[in-house]
Design a protein around this ligand. Structure first.
Ligand SMILES: NC(=O)c1ccc[n+]([C@@H]2O[C@H](COP(=O)([O-])OP(=O)(O)OC[C@H]3O[C@@H](n4cnc5c(N)ncnc54)[C@H](OP(=O)(O)O)[C@@H]3O)[C@@H](O)[C@H]2O)c1
Length: 266
């Protein structure tokens, strides 16, 4: 048995649920070892029904007591209150506190969780929602966590997809590219489906065609080890249909729009 046995997840929203689901279905964590909290009965009932055996509670401090890993998965502006609520219940001798809140720094977390001289080992973890399917991309930064605990927590998240360890200074950039990025990828797919409908396909048909085309595009990159432009060059004849389509997209500012979206989300 490793050092992380009991896990509490404070917040049962999109991210809290995705993490709980990924831990159970991908990382082999027993539901009995996870407690999830939320404010409302409806959220607790939803989680309890979806993951039989999991514990749910509206009492954050009680859920945190005895945890080896406390994951704070509430909105950034709710994090301070939650940290101050669970801190006194946690034993910093064995508990690592992980925050998934975008933009909440180690300095803030340390201030909110500090008990006299004592601060807990901290992780900032930014996954994206695909972790529930074992296909997430998760950025992790560490502060004061021992190598074996880093390895164990990384291992849990690696079973839910790709893990990228970074210094805290790159967390915002990682959040933009991978966490917000999942929405940006879906935005292209959404636009392509709407374009497919404009071309005369039904909505479901267009959705299936775009998904299958995206899978093919990703397979080309992964199998060939190429960069996208290399694959684009293979299908683009000057003056041809693809060339005309790409030119129209760029005239409308496609690449610059994506770049600006990424820069603005840091
Ligand atoms: N969504 C993403 O893709 C994503 C990616 C990376 C990081 N994050 C980060 O994840 C965090 C959560 O985002 P989200 O999208 O999951 O938000 P969300 O869907 O709104 O969920 C927030 C959850 O927190 C619960 N909550 C709020 N205050 C609480 C309290 N005092 N005690 C216990 N539970 C409380 C809410 O309970 P009720 O359900 O009962 O209201 C809700 O279940 C954010 O800080 C965000 O920056 C999100």
């Amino acid at each position: 048995m490793g050092k992380i046995n009991r896990i509490c997840i404070i917040g049962a929203g999109h991210m809290g649920e995705a993490i709980a689901g990924g831990m159970i279905s991908c990382s082999g964590i027993l539901p009995e070892n996870i407690t999830v909290t939320a404010r409302t009965r409806a959220s607790l009932d939803r989680i309890a029904a979806k993951y039989p055996g999991i514990s749910v509670s509206s009492d954050n401090a009680a859920a945190a007591r005895g945890a080896d890993l406390a994951v704070i998965a509430v909105k950034p502006w709710q994090t301070e209150a939650v940290a101050k609520e669970i801190g006194p219940a946690l034993d910093y001798g064995h508990c690592t506190v992980a925050s998934v809140a975008a933009g909440v720094s180690f300095r803030e977390l340390s201030d909110w969780l500090r008990k006299g001289e004592e601060v807990p080992a901290l992780a900032r973890i930014i996954p994206n929602t695909a972790i529930a399917l074992g296909q997430g991309t998760t950025f992790i930064a560490w502060q004061g966590v021992t190598a074996d605990v880093c390895g164990e927590i990384s291992g849990i998240f690696r079973k839910m997809g790709t893990v990228i360890a970074v210094g805290e200074e790159m967390m915002a950039e990682g959040t933009a590219l991978a966490s917000c990025g999942i929405a940006y990828g879906l935005k292209y797919i959404d636009a392509a489906i709407k374009g497919g409908i404009a071309l005369g396909f039904g909505e479901k048909e267009a959705r299936d065609i775009v998904i299958s085309t995206m899978k093919g595009a990703l397979a080309l990159l992964e199998t060939n080890g190429t960069m996208p432009q290399q694959e684009i060059d293979k299908v683009t004849t000057p003056g041809g249909y693809t060339f005309k389509g790409l030119s129209a997209m760029e005239e409308c500012g496609f690449s610059e729009a994506v770049r600006q979206g990424l820069l603005k989300s840091v």
